[in-house]
Design a binder for this molecule. Structure first.
Ligand SMILES: [Zn+2]
Length: 483
């Protein structure tokens, strides 16, 4: 109470002081350093302002996302849809006058099959009843026999509990990792922290269970919403069937497991086909002064197969494409090369970005910066950036251009701010990710509900504006961004 009163009084005093002050004259933009002025002369700032306004009034990115999702559909690595998306994006970038190359790479080709489960025995079971379990296979999962397998379920809440059980109590069983996605963190804006804490069980849980002789592994879906939706995703090859059950079903199994034996009939029949050919789409808008210096703007073209991959990550591809489209529309040419990349295979192992880093390592010293948009399509707040403090300060004039719609934050990170640009970032290339309001991202992430309707057109325009302004700034500021 007393603290509340103090705060109230303090606020009142501040308010009173503000009201008493005579308004000081407007001093324009915050003071800029000599280096900022040298790198961002007035002509460049005017161009950045025009780019922003054009992007905020342009639905190009939305039309690209609509085509990728509604007309092409899910774009799982190795699928005909993934190839159709490659051809489409390449053609669209050619229409903008970019030099387009397809970078060939072998990608996994895994196809989802039947996926059903029911609890056939459990404490307090009413005779003649079973419990349906809603689940989906994790990427790369092996198959059960066509008519399924039957096994007892053991529920663990972490790796320590699994290891404490040991082989004796795990062998021959189905292990369920019931690890909660922390909704409070997500609601408070830390959704990627919540994701990181839970997703390691999706990634490594099945292998850990297999190592102790489990016949199958399930994880609680890594997601934020309670609509009994299973969330798929990558899992390290474990050699056993692996799936994600909905949060509701994980709770059900867990409650019954506390009461006694739980037996499950599990059917997952995905197929792993021979590796297929995939392509990164690389489109260059050649720099007018330093064509050998490259600024990457990117998103990933492949998606999971349950939905149509709108927020993950047709949005990122659309936004990167629009960075080039806006320049085309305005007749602007960056000093350095602006390289649009639509990555392949981000979801199923990252073969696309690995191929790029192998093929282009020699060019990395000339890669001035790389940006990826792969956290959805919601309102952008600015950028996550793995760049030096000096570089961050130098970018302030570009961020100021984005201040009018709130996308001017620069959040330093010590990890790569995008999966596909991580190799570049590790090699020292300044790396940025668009920092978005991620509070609802994990409601839909990797589910059947990742569809076009989840994208708010105005928010997508804001993301396109952030990408276009920052991409052009990095490609046209006087000196390359320092490392
Ligand atoms: Zn993604």
């Amino acid at each position: 109470m007393s603290r509340l009163i103090t705060v109230f009084l303090f606020c009142s005093i501040l308010l009173a002081q503000t009201q008493q002050q005579t308004p000081s004259p407007y001093r324009g933009a915050p003071q800029t350093t000599a280096a900022q002025q040298e790198n961002f002369p007035p002509e460049l700032l005017n161009e950045l302002e025009s780019i922003k306004l054009s992007a905020l009034a342009d639905d190009y990115a939305y039309h690209q996302v609509a085509h990728l999702t509604d007309n092409i559909g899910p774009r799982l690595s190795g699928s005909p849809q993934a190839k159709a998306a490659v051809d489409y994006v390449a053609e669209e970038l050619r229409k903008l006058g970019l030099e387009v190359q397809l970078e060939e790479v072998k990608v996994p080709h895994w196809v989802r099959g039947a996926e059903t489960a029911e609890l056939t025995e459990y404490a307090g079971q009413v005779p003649g009843t079973t419990q349906k379990i809603v689940l989906t296979a994790l990427g790369g999962s092996t198959a059960t026999p066509v008519d399924g397998l039957n096994a007892d379920v053991v529920v663990v809440n972490n790796f320590d509990e699994l290891h404490a059980l040991g082989r004796e109590k795990v062998a021959g069983k189905i292990v369920l990792f019931n690890v909660l996605f922390d909704k409070q963190k997500a609601a408070a804006g830390l959704s990627f922290v919540a994701y990181g804490e839970a997703v390691r069980y999706r990634g490594a849980g099945p292998k850990a269970a297999a190592d102790l002789g489990a016949v199958a592994a399930l994880v609680r879906s890594v997601g934020n919403a309670d609509y009994r939706l299973p969330h798929t995703g990558y899992s390290a090859p474990a050699g056993i069937p692996a799936g994600a059950v909905t949060a509701e079903d994980a709770d059900l199994i867990s409650r019954l497991f506390m009461q006694g034996k739980v037996r499950m009939h599990l059917t997952l029949t995905p197929q792993k086909l021979p590796d297929a050919t995939g392509y990164n789409v690389i489109g260059d808008l050649k720099g007018s002064e330093h064509p050998e210096q490259i600024v990457v703007v990117s998103g990933h073209l492949d998606s999971w197969d349950l939905g149509t991959g709108a927020i993950d990550d047709a949005a990122g591809v659309g936004v990167a494409m629009e960075a080039a489209e806006v320049l085309h529309q305005l007749g602007l040419h960056p000093k350095r090369t602006l390289r649009v990349i639509a990555w392949i295979d981000e979801e199923s192992g990252g073969a696309g970005s690995r191929a790029y880093s192998t093929d282009h390592t020699n060019e990395f010293p000339h890669h001035v910066a790389a940006i990826e948009c792969d956290t959805g399509a919601a309102h952008p707040l600015g950028f996550d950036a793995r760049i030096s403090a000096g570089a961050a300060e130098l970018l302030r004039p570009a961020l100021n251009v984005l201040q009018s719609f709130g996308a001017n934050a620069l959040q330093p990170t010590n990890y790569p701010p995008g999966a596909d640009i991580s190799a570049m970032s590790e090699a020292g290339v300044p790396a940025l990710g668009i920092l978005q309001d991620g509070r609802s991202y994990f409601n839909y992430h990797h589910t059947a509900a990742d569809t076009l309707d989840k994208i708010v057109p105005m928010e997508l325009r804001e993301n396109a504006a952030a990408m276009a302004v920052m991409g052009y700034a990095l490609a046209s500021m006087k000196n390359p961004l320092p490392r």
